[in-house]
Design a protein around this ligand. Structure first.
Ligand code: SGN
Ligand code: CA
Length: 539
């Protein structure tokens, strides 16, 4: 063969080998299943105190087949902000979405747009909480705001529509329909399936209303924490099961005549009816039939004090875990669909949630704090042929790393202004020498529902230092090794000065590194509420 022909053939071969079609075949699909407020300790595979309840057989199976991240954290423990960090790979102060009240700037650089450029077909279904029309997705349907558990409205590219059914199932149906009918063969995909559950007000599917009826959910060790050693914010919060969880609004206890009341026209209706009125008569009938005998027993018992807290905890934890069950079934159904479609071997399945949650831990519900239960996020990755089955990674990771990871998986370039690191080396079982030794956190939503003041902090492998800066100069310091429940605040205690100074220096370095120049001047503010009666104000 003449030399010229040989070279031409060689060039043609190279073109075929590196053509987009060829490259695309090597790009795995990504199925990102993401729920709202699902704490890692409500996942069996995380081995927390709820493990004996066996809350998540499908998610546990996912973990057994892949890698579970034991030290996975958010950077701002609240819904919209956590999602904005995931979209952008940037801390809240950089992506502009610091509070749920903000609006997300969809025109900015986000990973789904970059994946589209890298050849991916993209879709998102469920709770976005970022407001506005999603950008970077070839197809989408999102819940308006928080969305509703029963017969929710959803916003589609061509308008808003009510869909009958239970929210977790409705969202899963849309995802399955996309995988089956709208996905293009021969093109890699990235789909985000984002459940509302198990967010407040915890409304299970009808088929789960009797789940856990015959057991007592174990109580957390800190259910009756009095926050004696904490700085003042822990005593001024508004997220206690005891004082702030409402029997009717949160727990659906029939407190007739309130039970059937129509929604108030003037303000948000704070009764259970606010959420129940969305049900069809048939759904409502089943719902009432399930709760009526339980409510009758409750009224008869006339509980008070600790016994009442214990009862509320049971009702709350059961409803929360029933909602979790719906999400777990969704994971099972999505994986079965992948298998049926022959996609299981080339699809990475990830399970995560926007932050952790208090399930009675420290006597609380909700999130927001930098304490472990709400700082942690579940993160489980099943990458066929790459993640070692049943492996558990212990590097410090954050939601800040997801965008970079997705881009790396796709073989796309990670923009220099993203602030996290790709987790791909960890997924391959490597131990990068220069991996971060601490994480940075900053929460901003105050004053707001639940009244958790702004704070920022650092968590290393062993220690956590937090600064509440709106009420003077309040710090907390914990040794997570000797005090995993964070009950002994070491800040200001004898012999801890050097440790605190060292952590403060590291914290300032992180703020410089991430360029957090938010206003953190200490402004003395007045507390809205009195401290809990009977709790001494120490500081
Ligand atoms: C609602 C909830 C709060 C919750 C916030 C933020 N109240 O306001 O309990 O903390 O959302 O949650 S509710 O009565 O409307 O349910 S987040 O997950 O969206 O950040
Ligand atoms: Ca949330």
């Amino acid at each position: 063969m003449p030399m010229k022909n040989y070279i031409l053939r060689l060039i043609a071969l190279i073109i075929v080998l590196v053509s987009p079609a060829q490259a695309k075949n090597q790009q795995p699909n990504i199925l990102f299943v993401f729920s709202d407020d699902h704490a890692p300790h409500a996942i069996g595979a995380y081995n927390g105190w709820l493990k004996s309840v066996d809350p998540t057989p499908n998610i546990d199976r996912l973990a057994r087949g892949g890698m579970l991240f034991e030290k996975s954290f958010c950077s701002n423990s609240i819904c919209g902000p956590s999602r904005a960090v995931i979209m952008t790979g940037k801390h809240s102060h950089k992506n502009g979405f610091m509070n749920n009240g903000n609006s997300f700037d969809w025109t900015q650089q986000i990973f789904p747009k970059l994946l589209q450029k890298a050849g991916y077909q993209t879709a998102i279904y469920g709770k976005s909480h970022l407001k506005g029309r999603p950008q970077g997705f070839d197809d989408w349907a999102v819940l308006p705001g928080q969305g509703l558990y029963y017969n929710p409205d959803m916003i589609f590219p061509n308008g808003r529509k009510r869909i009958n059914g239970y929210c977790t199932d409705v969202v899963t149906d849309l995802a399955v329909e996309w995988l089956t009918k709208k996905r293009k063969d021969g093109q890699p995909f990235m789909m985000m399936v984002q459940h509302k559950a198990p967010h407040r007000n915890w409304m299970p599917a009808l088929r789960h209303l009797h789940l856990y009826d015959d057991i007592d959910i174990p109580e957390p060790a800190t259910l009756f924490d009095q926050w004696e050693d904490n700085a003042p914010p822990a005593r001024h919060q508004e997220l206690e099961i005891d004082r702030h969880m409402d029997l009717n609004y949160d727990l659906f206890v029939d407190l007739t005549p309130d039970y059937n009341q129509p929604a108030s026209q003037e303000r948000q209706d704070r009764s259970a009816w606010h959420n129940m009125k969305r049900m069809s008569p048939a759904q409502l009938k089943k719902w009432r039939a399930a709760y009526a005998p339980k409510d009758a027993a409750f009224h008869k018992a006339k509980l008070s004090g600790k016994a009442l807290v214990r009862w509320k905890f049971q009702r709350y934890a059961k409803n929360y875990l029933r909602c979790v069950k719906g999400v777990d079934e969704s994971v099972g159904r999505l994986r079965a669909t992948l298998k049926d479609l022959g996609l299981a071997d080339n699809t990475i399945v990830i399970y995560s949630s926007d932050q952790g949650f208090y399930i009675g831990d420290h006597g609380w519900y909700d999130k927001r704090w930098m304490y472990e239960e709400s700082l942690m996020m579940p993160f489980i990755v099943n990458w066929p042929g790459v993640t070692k089955p049943g492996s558990r990674d212990t590097h410090l990771i954050q939601n800040l790393d997801y965008a970079e990871t997705f881009l790396d998986i796709a073989g796309a370039k990670i923009p220099a202004d993203m602030q996290g690191s790709s987790l791909v080396p960890l997924l391959r079982g490597q131990n990068p020498k220069d991996w971060r030794t601490s994480i940075y956190y900053h929460y901003y939503e105050y004053p707001s529902v639940h009244m958790i003041p702004r704070h920022y902090g650092i968590r290393t492998e062993r220690y956590k230092l937090m600064h509440f800066y709106q009420f003077g100069n309040e710090w907390e310091l914990y040794d997570l090794q000797s005090d995993p429940d964070e009950l002994q605040n070491l800040y200001g205690k004898k012999g801890t000065g050097k440790l605190a100074a060292n952590l403060k220096k590291q914290l300032r370095d992180l703020q410089k590194h991430y360029e957090d120049d938010s206003d953190i001047s200490e402004k003395p503010m007045e507390w809205r509420d009195k401290v809990r009666p009977g709790t001494a104000e120490k500081n």
